[in-house]
Ligand binder design. Structure first.
Ligand code: ADP
Length: 404
């Protein structure tokens, strides 16, 4: 069964086309610069790469182009449009309404629209993708997979901020958490890899990519997570500051003559690794600068790792016992030096990396990088949010198609 997974941004559509349940990727690509004079579609299938440049006005035209290239005799992956069994959409914010993936209905669209003001950069383009797919392929079941859904199991004492309670009632200000699809995927894969029931395991999953978040997972359920009302909260990221004293906002606004909106833009786009190092938001470039002796790059690495270490420690306390620590995302999977700094000097509290396993340049895929005596097993598990979306989409679409 063929499943199309799409992730729509404000001017882009990323897609992967799966053969399920095997999970084979038949094609993948990205259409960028939608709405500009020239849009670019980069497509890969069967080991061949193709690029198409043409004007694409909106997401409907964009998705139409994606379907056309999937149907192309030479570079496509589909003989007939009726072979598309279902479409899975990544949706960033499901608010408090969705604790799992769901079949898209009019009601679901309404709720995603309602949560648009909580994720103004993401939910509106996600919706454009859903509406485009509905108008192009009205008979095909569509599924929404939310970044927030996995964290809907947080208890109120973990998700509420200590603000006057009426702000929660009035504005739904609370911790929602993000990257949920990735945290759920790596937690499941870790349990499978260790051949243990997920219900018996306490885990901390570290998703370290351009955005970074840490989640405490008890028995397969998220019980706390570092991102909050927005993805700005938590640990240090490529360009985001993570946690800071909120009193800094009005202070900076006054001292630098900026609006609060401008200050928040600085916290989102000019802070983190980029802000501290002054070099880059990209971990590899910061590492390179640090090894060339750039002290601000070295400081950025130290702050980045220290904040994650502290967060892991907090979740060890929250969980009471930590069986598995998982690293994923571009940094988590590849940056052995960052993993080593995060896990340094933690042997006495149960986390001990094995230097050779951690640094093995040839090692790939899921693996253990802790020593045999480490109480907590430290794992690297490559994330695959699209595969998780395809799995959920298949399950829900099969039910929908069988009328159940
Ligand atoms: P996104 O969150 O956009 O999906 P990724 O998960 O791909 O991003 O993570 C991107 C980050 O991973 C960048 O900071 C990049 O420098 C870092 N990264 C990728 N490969 C390596 C590597 N071999 N060593 C260190 N950092 C890496």
């Amino acid at each position: 069964m063929k499943i199309l997974v799409v992730n729509c941004g404000s001017s882009s559509i990323k897609y992967q086309f799966f053969e399920m349940p095997e999970g084979t990727v038949l094609a993948r690509g990205v259409l960028e610069r939608i709405g500009e004079a020239e849009s670019v579609l980069s497509h890969q299938a069967g080991g061949r790469r193709t690029a198409i440049r043409q004007a694409v006005q909106d997401h409907r035209e964009g998705l139409d182009l994606v379907v056309k290239i999937l149907l192309d005799e030479e570079v496509g992956a589909l003989r007939d449009i009726s072979e598309i069994f279902a479409i899975g959409h990544r949706v960033v914010h499901g608010g408090e309404k969705f604790s799992e993936s769901t079949l898209i209905t009019e009601e679901v669209i309404k709720v995603i629209r309602e949560y648009g003001h909580l994720a103004p950069l993401h939910n509106p383009p996600n919706l454009m993708g859903i509406e485009a797919a509905e108008s192009l392929l009205p008979e095909v079941p569509q599924v929404a997979v939310f970044d927030t859904a996995f964290h809907e199991t947080l208890p109120p004492y973990a998700y509420l901020y200590a603000l006057p309670y009426e702000f929660y009632e009035k504005h739904r200000i609370r911790r929602y958490g993000f990257h949920g699809t990735s945290h759920r995927y790596v937690a499941q894969k870790s349990a499978e890899f260790l051949e243990q029931p997920i219900t018996a395991l306490n885990m901390v999953t570290c998703h370290l990519g351009n955005g970074c978040s840490i989640t405490a997972v008890r028995g397969g359920k998220s019980v706390d997570t570092s991102m909050g009302f927005t993805p700005l909260e938590g640990v240090v990221m490529g360009t985001r500051s993570g946690d800071l004293d909120p009193a800094i906002l009005p202070f900076l606004a006054q001292e630098e003559n900026l609006s609060i909106k401008e200050v928040v833009a600085i916290l989102n786009k000019k802070s983190g690794l980029l802000g501290i190092s002054g070099v880059s938001n990209d971990m590899r470039e910061v590492q390179e600068a640090a090894s060339d002796g750039n002290w601000r790059a070295q400081l950025a690495l130290a702050i980045f790792a220290y904040r994650i270490k502290k967060n892991i420690g907090a979740y060890m306390a929250a969980l009471g016992r930590l069986d598995v620590l998982v690293f994923t995302g571009g940094i988590g999977e590849n940056a052995s030096g960052v993993r080593a700094t995060i896990c340094s000097d933690m042997a006495e509290i149960g986390i001990e990396l094995d230097a050779a396993r951690n640094e093995d340049p040839k090692a790939k895929g899921k693996r253990i990088v802790s020593t045999d005596r480490s109480r907590t097993k430290v794992l690297i598990v490559p994330t695959d949010e699209e595969a998780m979306i395809a799995t959920d989409t298949l399950e829900l679409a099969e039910k929908a198609r069988s009328g159940g």
